[in-house]
Write a protein that binds this ligand. Structure first.
Ligand SMILES: [Fe+2]
Length: 245
């Protein structure tokens, strides 16, 4: 009985964010959703925890050298297929963008004018999970000069990037925003990433939270995270800019 009340009370906790601007739900283009059914299932979960609007952000990096024109075409196909689910409570799928990897192999490739930004000429960027000696700051600065607003995805997941490191301070100084993964806060990527995720947010430098949802395993974890009292408390104490996208 209490369990039922608990679930109902907490089910929409991410409605304060409204928009999810980081997920991999374009079928078969990266390590995310494999088909439309899986995408629909994940979208239902996103809706059930309170998200109203979604931007899909497939990987663009050496392992997934996606082509923007092809991604646009596949996105149009997906939006056609999702029409069959109108009225079934799915969140609005508002657009397609990308999660652009900046590393030795890819930064210059991402530099061409083809990139698909989020609204407000905003680009979601990621780094390699393990340091390769590549310093992204010059490439980020180039994008800033071209008028892009940059968001660094999941800073808590890079072991080499400390909260008060020079790199983070420089990124903040150049106007980069930070996006922590919601699932990090439930320990999905380990304890270190979880602690760092909370610390980045409590330090006041995180402007966005994203699900980085890939598939139904992630969706199940998202539902568990919605019941996490530490996450609930955090959402009451901090505001984020997801709704501006
Ligand atoms: Fe991602």
């Amino acid at each position: 009985m209490f369990g039922i009340f608990n679930r109902n009370r907490n089910s929409s906790i991410f409605s304060v964010l409204g928009t999810d601007m980081h997920c991999h739900l374009l079928p078969n283009v990266d390590d995310g959703s494999r088909n439309v059914n899986e995408t629909v299932s994940c979208l239902k979960t996103l809706s059930s925890v309170g998200f109203k609007k979604i931007y899909i952000t497939p990987h663009f990096h050496a392992n997934y050298p996606n082509d923007e024109a092809d991604i646009q075409k596949r996105y149009e196909q997906l939006t056609k297929e999702l029409k069959a689910y109108v009225g079934q409570g799915l969140p609005e799928v508002a657009g397609i963008s990308g999660e652009y990897r900046f590393d030795h192999q890819y930064a210059r490739r991402a530099g061409v004018d083809k990139v698909i930004p989020l609204p407000g000429k905003t680009l979601l960027c990621e780094l390699a999970l393990h340091s390769s000696g590549y310093d992204p700051l010059d490439d980020f600065a180039e994008y800033k000069k071209l008028g892009y607003n940059l968001i660094l995805a999941h800073p808590e997941r890079y072991p080499y990037l400390g909260l008060h490191s020079d790199a983070v301070i420089k990124m903040k100084d150049m106007g980069m925003a930070f996006q922590v993964n919601i699932l990090s806060l439930n320990g999905f990527y380990g304890e270190t990433a979880m602690d760092k995720g909370f610390s980045f947010i409590e330090d006041g430098i995180v402007e966005y939270l994203g699900t980085d949802l890939h598939n139904t395993r992630y969706a199940n974890e998202l539902m568990a995270t919605a019941r996490n009292s530490k996450v609930q408390s955090l959402l009451k104490r901090h505001t984020f800019r997801n709704n501006t996208l």
